[in-house]
Write a protein that binds this ligand. Sequence first.
Ligand SMILES: [Zn+2]
Length: 277
Amino acid sequence: MKRVLSALKPEKVFEIFEDICAIPHGSGNTKAISDYCVNFARERGHFAYQDEMNNVIIRKPAAPGYGNSPAVVLQGHLDMVCEKEPELAFDFEREGLKLKVDGDKISACGTTLGGDDGVAIAIALAILDDTALKTPPLEIIFTSDEETGMYGVKALDGSMITAKRFISLDCGKEGAFTAGCAGGVCVTVNLPVETEKAQKAAYKVEISGLCGGHSGEDIDKGRLNANKVLGEFLKSLENVRISEISGGEKDNAIPSYAFAVIESKSNVITRRVGSGN
Ligand SMILES: [Zn+2]
């Protein structure tokens, strides 16, 4: 294999990253990359465990003099999102990625790179490989099929983890350390509804043209949520009856659009709610 990243530093991180880019590892196709990680650890004399979901747990003992330090988890996921340019003939099940370096940017020719979360595997294994590093006991966790629904971690045997400190190597921003994060929950609510024939003209109320954005990364920017604006508006009306209501596009996006078809005693057209953008 002709190495493309060998001039980059830290060398070991990019060497491992290039190795794993040569192993197909889309979600649902993680046995080979999981084996690579397990073999990497065992070749260096470390404990490595693989479960039937291809999740991997590796343990590195503390460096001399650091035995009393609390253990730390380094965590990442094995799978990557496989996207390619529409015209490109590329088999993510069998082919390794074709890497290129342009200035300070690494990319793959015509496909996604899998930096998320290949870089976590590369960093964690490089730390495992470095015998001179002064590290506490490490528990390295690589889970499978994170991108498609966290299936790996859901099946992981948590009793094998003893560390109380956890560093996730799966963040989008270089140089940024996140001290905590919000989770997400999908909720299905069934409400009993009664229907009746509409008596008056109906209005369609639309909230549109809002900024939207990522529900995690942009949540601190004070952006309006179309669903909440619509709810606030409907609450301000008298005797509102809803015939249709819908809003939001994705679980992880701030809704930029919502609408309702309603009937109300209030004069809908003159109503204004909300402020800002
Ligand atoms: Zn990720």
